[in-house]
Design a protein around this ligand. Structure first.
Ligand code: K7E
Ligand code: CUA
Length: 652
């Protein structure tokens, strides 16, 4: 199959899909058996064994589920505004969504990955990519909140991201689209040879976890689809799938499918560190936002960074090698030992597995088969570990159970296929409903997968759930993989489009989860940590209300002297110091969301009253038996009123 014509591609992507979706769910009756039900049953009040962090795709967020129950606990806002949590609406978190393109309230989040120590997931952070306006976010698992977002310059469609090295030295972000670097006004027709693909290495401070864009490797103008780190012997390397090595810029479905083989790019990041230390980098101008949320001020700041260090592989021998890999590979997955690198060629009949040992051997013996833009190309036969023959149609992603087995998803034939590392034989296959994308084994992207379950994330559900109009839910399916054969246990709906997920034993996260914020640590510029400090201050047309909340009142709850045309800042501090007692607040006519304030925290929203009157505000979170009494009034007078500011609580 040297050339795929238009018709064949339509056949593969269209027709087979229809066939798979016409399969009925009736051969999945394993899910109805009582043993399957028992395996996912978590009794009321009991906890799940695992956390699953599932990306929201076009929702831009990250959802937190329990496994095996499939129960949804939280949707963590990351790249998209979330009125429920005031994310991107309150004054404190707006800077988190700042970019070089201004305030961007949405993104497309695909690949969460959990921080690691010695190659094992450690439960400190989850990192996730924003594809559309390239960004990497860090979620702190002590609070389950996004605490840092860094924009990636010279990148577009930040897809081969956000994967971590085995001691979280780096979070790696590869561009999907190649673009002019630096960006400039030029003809699209001059793409070939001129556009570049930036692979970004973002360091993570071992102490405080702060991210910094350490350097970028400026690669040829291919598309960089997915990536995974080496581990064990291959620690120090990072592997990226490429497609469009044709460097086409139009009608990609045909033009980017011409080459019989694309590449997996093997990047030696330890070598990169040496080149950086030797000063063999160029510093080029850039413009990107670095946004940090401070837990003590409960406030985010956004800083614009102005330059980035880049390495040119043509000038850095030993930095990058190309491993030929058939037919537009998508997933790029490394097994727990670090020896095998699996390339899932979307249009290939077979799965290709490369050997790290053979790769090093070929490099040492200089067995090259030409070069591309100064990057040596290794011989396919020299690096091939083995091939899984005709395992299914449309392979996308592979995970590992730590017991010598790999599990690959097949989008077109709608199945998960289990095969053995080393012998490459297929040992089991189970259908998915339908058209599976990624799959996830908790710890599957580490040296020590937990190996008990695999979660398949499906693109299409059709008849699997009650219909909800033209838009139906997407879905995850949980399989027991503790035995020789996989067993389908559970379907559960997801938020947005689940691309990838990351999972971890609950015991590694639970003990670190915070219950409250200490009021004594609250360093918010407008905090009101005692009722003695409650006040309202006018500064021209700006009014600042320093307000507290505790069961079951606001202080103050009566305010007069506000005028039409004022800009009123509500700085509200929740004085509670008990677990699970948030309060909310909003006022009629506010052009923003409510605030939902955790114990010990301060948040701010702005209200610009437009009408004269006496307007109520109230608590939006049912907090006590007297929650409905938790309310107050603000008197708004005409713009030319001379009424002085007054405020009170408990005065009639
Ligand atoms: Cu295959 Cu964005 Cu990882 Cu979706 S990607 S499936
Ligand atoms: Cu406070 Cu309801």
């Amino acid at each position: 199959m040297k050339r795929l014509n238009y018709f064949m591609i339509a056949l593969i992507t269209g027709l087979f899909l229809v066939t798979s979706c016409n399969q009925q769910g009736n051969n999945s009756n394993g899910a109805l058996s009582s043993s399957a039900a028992e395996k996912v049953y978590v009794a009321p009040g009991e906890h799940d064994d695992y956390y699953a962090f599932i990306s929201g795709g076009f929702s831009g967020q990250l959802s937190v589920y329990g496994l095996p129950s499939g129960r949804l606990f939280k949707v963590i806002p990351v790249f998209s505004q979330d009125a429920e949590k005031a994310w991107g609406y309150n004054e404190e978190t707006k800077p988190m969504l700042n970019t070089s393109h201004g305030f961007i309230p949405w993104d497309d989040s695909h690949h969460p990955d959990i921080s690691q120590t010695n190659g094992e997931v450690d439960g400190r952070y989850v990192f996730i990519n924003g594809n559309n306006t390239p960004r990497i976010a860090k979620i702190d698992l002590s609070v389950f909140e996004t605490t840092e977002i860094i924009e990636i310059p010279n990148s577009a469609g930040n897809h081969s991201s956000a994967f971590v090295t085995e001691n979280t030295e780096y979070v790696v972000a590869g561009t999907r689209f190649s673009v002019p670097v630096p960006q400039r006004d030029m003809s699209i027709k001059e793409y070939k040879g001129n556009f570049k693909g930036a692979l970004s290495f973002i360091s993570v401070d071992p102490e405080d976890g702060e991210m910094d864009l350490s350097f970028q490797v400026l690669m040829p103008g291919f598309d960089y689809d997915l990536s995974h780190p080496g581990r064990g012997a291959s620690h120090g390397w990072f592997f990226f799938t490429t497609y469009n090595t044709e460097e086409a810029s139009t009608l990609m479905e045909v033009n980017a499918s011409q080459n019989d083989k694309d590449f997996i790019a093997a990047v030696n990041w330890k070598k990169a560190e040496e080149y950086i230390a030797q000063g063999k980098f160029k510093t080029i101008p850039a413009n990107y936002a670095h946004n940090v949320y401070d837990e003590e001020t409960h406030t985010a700041t956004s800083t614009m960074k102005k330059e980035v260090r880049v390495l040119d592989p043509a000038e850095c021998p030993g930095l990058v090698y190309f491993l030929p890999t058939p037919k537009s590979p998508h997933g790029c997955d490394v097994d727990p030992s670090g020896e095998y690198i699996v390339g899932n060629g979307k249009l290939s009949a077979d799965l290709t597995v490369h050997s790290f040992t053979k790769m090093i051997d070929a490099i040492e013996n200089q067995k090259f088969d030409g070069e591309a833009y100064g990057i040596p190309i290794l011989k396919f036969e020299d690096v091939l570990a083995g091939t899984v023959n005709q395992p299914g149609l449309g392979p996308l992603h592979t995970e590992f159970d730590g017991k010598g087995n790999a599990y690959t998803t097949f989008f077109i034939s709608s199945e998960v296929v289990k095969w053995k590392l080393g012998t490459w034989e297929v040992v089991d296959r189970k259908p998915t409903y339908y058209s599976v994308g990624h799959l996830m084994i908790p710890g599957g992207n580490s040296r020590k997968p937990f190996g008990e379950y695999v979660l398949a994330m499906n693109k299409i559900t059709k008849d699997r759930y009650l219909p909800t109009g033209p838009e139906v839910t997407q879905s995850a399916q949980l399989y027991d993989i503790s035995g020789e054969k996989m067993e389908l246990l559970l379907d559960f709906p997801t938020v947005g489009e689940p691309h990838y997920a990351a999972g971890i034993a609950a015991d590694l996260v639970k003990p670190r989860s915070k219950k409250i914020f200490n009021l004594t640590d609250n360093k918010h510029a407008y905090a009101t940590t005692s009722d003695a400090d409650v006040r309202v201050e006018r500064d021209g047309k700006e009014v600042h209300i320093y307000m507290t909340m505790i069961r079951s009142h606001f202080n103050p709850d009566n305010i007069e002297g506000i005028k039409v045309g004022d800009k009123v800042y509500f700085h509200v501090t929740n004085l509670e110091q008990d677990y699970d007692v948030p309060h909310g607040v909003s006022i009629i006519g506010a052009n923003t969301s409510e605030l939902l304030i955790m114990p010990g925290q301060t948040e701010t929203f702005v209200w610009e009253p437009k009408q004269v009157g006496v307007w109520p505000f109230y608590c939006t979170d049912f907090c006590s038996a007297l929650h409905q009494e938790m309310q107050g009034y603000i008197r708004v007078s005409p713009a030319d009123s001379n009424l002085d500011l007054t405020w009170s609580l408990g005065e009639d």
